[in-house]
Write a protein that binds this ligand. Structure first.
Ligand code: ADP
Ligand code: ADP
Length: 224
């Protein structure tokens, strides 16, 4: 997996033109856990959405595995702040959905889904519907659903932003465990410097001046 963001600019046009991302360059290597941190409105989400292929690029290019990013692809899996589970499907059925789309046989789908259900600690809830679960549990399902699709890079847009402190802390530790055991590459957005430092190898700091990278900091901490 290689991801190169090369001199990328995003300008929203319309009544009020906004320069959301201004000539940003960044490289992400295999197994890295990179956080992008910065105040609200600095362009984090726009940058991530361009990597996901959800937003057009005004200038520059994003190269994923040697190919220009155009549109979405399951190889770049996205987790949003607001979990978007299908209410008419159970936890298990929500997680297997992407695997059905990929025509993975039923037995294999169940094996993969259950591995992630176990990882997020919801074994007793695989047949529950989203409305039966707390917010934190639903977000765990949304994360498991994205991971079960085995994306080469996981793109996370403030996935714990809407949760209370205790749930957030629990999910951070779940995510670190998954990252360490499954060797995932993660690009994570947060407005919390603490969260960025706690989770990642490398923290990209964006400045309040819209769309600019201020600093890239390598974090070298020994995790217990
Ligand atoms: P962050 O994720 O850091 O909060 P965003 O990427 O959401 O920042 O937004 C960056 C800037 O682009 C902000 O000024 C925001 O208002 C603007 N913006 C975001 N989305 C749109 C849009 N769809 N149309 C116009 N402006 C937008
Ligand atoms: P939130 O903090 O958003 O309510 P949590 O994921 O912390 O979400 O779960 C809330 C409650 O759900 C827990 O206090 C616990 O009672 C129950 N719960 C969560 N995970 C499990 C589990 N694996 N097994 C049993 N109960 C659980």
């Amino acid at each position: 997996m290689t991801l190169q963001i090369k001199n990328v600019t995003k300008r929203y046009t319309g009544k009020n033109e906004v320069l959301a991302v201004d000539n940003v360059s960044l490289e992400i290597g295999e197994n890295e856990f990179i956080s992008i941190v910065g105040p609200s409105g600095c362009g984090k989400s726009t940058l991530l959405r361009m990597v996901a292929g959800l937003e057009s690029i005004t200038d520059g290019e994003i190269i994923f595995n040697g190919k220009k990013v155009e549109g979405t692809n399951a190889e770049r899996g996205m987790v949003f702040q607001q979990y978007t589970l299908m209410p008419w499907r159970t936890v298990l059925q929500n997680i297997t959905f992407g695997l059905e789309v990929k025509n993975i046989p039923k037995e294999e789908r169940l094996t993969i889904a259950r591995k992630y259900i176990q990882m997020i600690g919801l074994e007793d809830f695989e047949n529950s519907y989203p409305y039966e679960l707390s917010g934190g549990m639903q977000q765990r399902v949304a994360i498991a659903r994205t991971l079960a699709n085995d994306p080469q890079i996981v793109l996370m847009d403030e996935p714990f932003g809407a949760l209370d402190a205790q749930t957030r802390s629990m999910l951070q530790n779940h995510l670190l465990k998954i990252w360490e055991t499954d060797k995932k590459t993660i690009l994570f957005i947060t407005h919390s410097v603490d969260e960025a430092i706690y989770l990642s190898d490398k923290v990209v700091i964006m400045s309040a001046r819209p769309g600019k990278i201020k600093e890239i900091v390598d974090i070298n901490i020994e995790r217990p």
